[in-house]
Design a protein around this ligand. Structure first.
Ligand code: NAP
Length: 199
């Protein structure tokens, strides 16, 4: 499960936990992206901060693991290269890539989508359950690329990293939106208090 995790919150954790059980997975790799080429992250938050927050968020869950696969690579990181590396390291593993519905609409613009869809089963988290538009997109991608795509049966927590950053900026509570240890890390490191918002 890749993402910016800026910051990680209960929405991400619930999706990961649901996928773990729904697909009977062995483990979940939580994989923070490098500060991505297609967006600018809030100035005050470093990759190390995002990693530290992920570590704090998952420390009580034995089947969640931090993966620095993308952070440790130089240059632009593409999902196709991540999956190639993981598959080379563990040729006997079946990989499931957990993504938000929005990503499934954009996946054809990613590098080598056909290879991504051959190397991983796609697990999509819809917003507010399944929709006919998402069902059509799944069918379209499955037919075009012979892909395996499944929807997560997860309660939809309307939590977003963007809203958490906004709340911190304006002094609203973030309690119950993310693990308390992550909230404490944010406050003690004065993260997100400036308005250098990401695009
Ligand atoms: P993101 O900015 O963290 O997430 C985009 C949106 O989806 C946000 O609304 C986010 O909510 C939500 N979200 C994040 N992770 C999710 C998950 N696992 N399941 C469901 N919803 C999720 O992440 P991103 O930049 O789109 O990247 C996501 C993954 O796609 C990464 O692994 C990235 O490397 C990959 N990707 C690859 C390419 C490529 O290969 N060309 C291009 C784009 C993305 P929050 O803001 O609340 O987190």
């Amino acid at each position: 499960m890749g993402g910016t995790f800026n910051p990680i919150h209960f929405g991400h954790l619930l999706l990961a936990e649901t996928a773990y059980h729904q697909f009977d997975l062995d483990e979940i790799l939580i994989m923070p992206t490098k500060n991505p080429y297609y967006k600018k992250l809030t100035n005050s938050v470093t990759e190390e901060d995002r990693v530290n927050m992920v570590q704090l968020a998952i420390e009580d869950n034995p089947h969640f693991h931090l993966s620095k696969e993308e952070l440790d690579r130089e240059g632009t990181t593409y999902t196709v290269e991540t999956l190639k590396n993981l598959t080379e390291k563990n040729p006997d593993c079946d990989y499931y890539f957990i993504m938000g519905a929005d990503s499934l609409y954009h996946i054809e613009s990613w590098k080598e989508p056909e290879s991504i869809l051959q190397m991983a089963v796609i697990v999509v988290a819809g917003r507010g359950g399944s929709s006919s538009s998402l069902n059509s997109q799944i069918e379209y991608i499955e037919n075009k690329y012979e892909a395996n795509i499944f929807q997560l049966n997860s309660p939809n927590l309307e939590i977003s990293s963007n809203d958490i950053r906004r709340r911190i900026r304006v002094g609203e509570s973030i309690r119950y939106l993310l693990p308390q240890a992550v909230a404490e890390y944010i406050y003690s490191n004065h993260l997100y208090i400036s308005s250098g918002e990401e695009e």
